[in-house]
Unconditional design. Sequence first.
Length: 304
Amino acid sequence: MSATAKFRDNLVAFTALPNSVRLVLLLVFLNSFRSFGLRFVQQLYLTNEFGLDDLEAASVLGTSASLHVAFGLIGAVLTDAVGVRRVALTALSISVVGRGLLAFGRSRTAIYAAFYLFSPAGEALLATGLYRVALKKLTTPKTRAFAFAVEYATFNLSGALADVCIDGFRRHGDATIFSDTYTPTRQFLVLTFVVVCASWVLVALHLRDESVVEADDGSPVASTPPPTSYSLTAWRSWQAREAARQAASIRVVASHAGGRPSAKWGDVMATLRTRAIGASLRCRWLSSASQSNGRKSTSFCHHS
């Protein structure tokens, strides 16, 4: 298979995936903008806005980074235990408070609370590949590599746009809002605060813990060759037709939904119930057989 045909097959399979994949990619974009944006300006923000010298700023950022590592490990365990949605909601709820303190706080106490408490407890959970776990669950073996490539490109594009936005605010200069002066750096942090709030809304309203299940037999995705003309209408018609055909073989299952047992745990419980019923029937049959033969039955079956 040529590289062009393989890319075509990957593209068709990717468009057949549920809309949750696009939502996760959008959240990756917003999360990267939030993360890269703060990294670009945090050193200058502490020194220029709050008068910290270089050693004090380095101490604050170094301690915060160490706390990020600790909370990141906790977040990785929580993601497996309770699911992506709950961890994302919790992390973003804390991040809204922390980023609000960074963007609107005017005292060192607010900055210390943001860097030492709210940022590690909230934003560190978002930096542990949280959305990458969701993307893995929502893709199939055929589409996973392509989806991760799109995710990586989205991640870096967002970081580049954050850098462009910072430069744009610097060119614009200070702004006065409600008698408070907002420097270009603070204006950009206000923008990242809005991004965090938008991420919270998207997760609360649309993100679900779902997994895509598909039998991957390694066969090509597209059943018919794409149109050879340069007509955009013909290409979209072919793509929609092939995506619909591929989507028919995809099954979306829920996990960690509302605190209920997952599908795997349900299968285990069903198996246990089946074995218990079978054991009970065998006990009754052996008891009946013993009584019919005139022998005293021995109770070796215990029921809870």
